[in-house]
Design a protein around this ligand. Structure first.
Ligand SMILES: NC(=O)c1ccc[n+]([C@@H]2O[C@H](COP(=O)([O-])OP(=O)(O)OC[C@H]3O[C@@H](n4cnc5c(N)ncnc54)[C@H](O)[C@@H]3O)[C@@H](O)[C@H]2O)c1
Length: 380
């Protein structure tokens, strides 16, 4: 095959970015800059559905060279080989067979509620689901994830809650937060809170922060955020499996001001904190950020709360009777507070693999994802 015929073949390859339907989901799987590169570098045609929820405007996508379509246009679009790309689950009320191939987070391979219904739609439409959560390289490392920005946002909210508690009496809870335009805007907001604590309350000592799982994707994001808002290295303690392998170390946890949990829970482990370990007068800990948010997992290592919090009400109080007020931030969609940066990080890591989509039957990354899909379909 000549180079030009190869490009011609690629020019016909279509990616269709569908609108997200979940309330408050402002992120997109593809950003205008990645769309532009798919068009200019890979020769793809890219359709982008306009969406009132999107953190990027239709004008930005159009400028990048995309063809703009109305929301949900993919449902009526022909099966012309296009791949439908999205982030979150499709609306539950839809039941029609899926005739296109889809790239998305479907949350059905761990047999989550409704997994049979989701997979049946692909089987009935004789199509394939490539689940973004399980798109992995040869070493089993995920190709693209939102973890970094989950940790980033979690750490920023943790510092904000610590500041709020210093500025307000215990009857008040940190108010809701809305999506920030970018990392810089969020950093400035947190720095302003720290400055208020310093100038109004004359508390110049920054909070002491513990991150468990600090070398993972979320942990790295948390570290970067703390550094960007000016928490000195001397005030950040990092723990991994070595430190948590000895539960005696857990006694130190209540002596930090903020504890950020970023572990990937696979097997049952001893809880990091319990109601007993936190219930004493001299406790310093006032804010736990549970980025991992294994809230309903029976092995949740932070079994002192039981709800997932939301941006409108970011904290839940831990019902201890002794010591200062203690709250948990357990938001399970943290990256949505920085939708543009988080989407950019995610889409940039995905880009190279998207360009391999025309050869997905041979490409190891896409092939593994397809095999995994078939494996789960066989279990139906
Ligand atoms: N809240 C949100 O919005 C959000 C968003 C994305 C991911 N997450 C969750 O965050 C968690 C972490 O994701 P990730 O992508 O950073 O995972 P990761 O695999 O990149 O990192 C996890 C880290 O935890 C460490 N770890 C695991 N068990 C440990 C233990 N018992 N003690 C100490 N360290 C331990 C690992 O060594 C690793 O360094 C996952 O549960 C993920 O689902 C939450």
């Amino acid at each position: 095959m000549t180079i030009s015929s190869n490009i011609n073949q690629r020019q016909r390859f279509i990616i269709h970015l569908r609108a997200e339907n979940k309330p408050l989901e402002h992120r997109r799987a593809l950003t205008p800059s990645v769309v532009g590169e798919l068009i200019t570098q890979a020769g793809f045609t890219v359709y982008v559905e306009d969406s009132p929820l999107s953190c990027f405007t239709a004008a930005e996508y159009r400028e990048a060279g995309a063809v703009i379509l109305p929301e949900n246009a993919w449902k009526e679009s022909p099966n012309d080989g296009r791949i439908i790309v999205g982030l979150k689950e499709m609306p539950e009320e839809d039941t029609f067979p899926l005739i296109h191939e889809h790239v998305q987070f479907a949350h059905c391979f761990k047999k989550q509620e409704g997994w049979e219904r989701v997979l049946s739609r692909f089987i009935e439409g004789e199509s394939t689901l490539y689940d973004l959560e399980f798109l992995e390289d040869e070493q089993g490392v995920r190709i693209s994830s939102f973890g970094f920005y989950a940790g980033y946002v979690g750490a920023c909210l943790g510092v904000k809650d610590w500041c709020f508690k210093k500025m307000n009496d215990e009857s008040k809870d940190m108010p809701g937060v809305k999506a920030f335009f970018d990392e810089c805007e969020l950093n400035n907001d947190v720095v302003m809170d720290l400055e208020s604590v310093s100038t109004v309350k004359n508390i110049t000592e920054p909070p002491r922060v513990l991150i468990i799982g600090s070398n993972g994707r979320c942990g790295k994001g948390a570290k970067e955020a703390l550094s960007n808002v000016g928490i000195p290295k001397s005030h950040i303690t990092e723990w991994g499996r070595t430190e948590t392998s000895d539960p005696k170390n857990f006694k130190q946890i209540p002596q930090f001001d903020i504890f950020i949990n970023c572990i990937y829970l696979k097997d049952p482990i001893e809880p990091f904190v319990t109601m007993e370990s936190l219930n004493y007068e001299q406790r310093k800990l006032t804010t736990i950020v549970d980025v991992s948010a294994d809230t309903t997992n029976p092995h949740n290592p932070i079994p002192v709360y039981n709800i997932a919090t939301v941006f409108d009400k970011p904290t839940v109080k831990v019902e201890v009777s002794k010591g200062p007020k203690l709250s948990v931030i357990s938001i399970d969609h943290l990256p949505s507070l920085l939708p543009r940066d988080a989407s950019d990080f995610f889409a940039t890591h995905l880009f190279k693999h998207l360009t391999n989509l025309p050869n997905r039957k041979e490409d190891p990354v896409w092939k593994r994802a397809e095999d995994l899909f078939k494996h789960h379909c066989d279990q139906l």
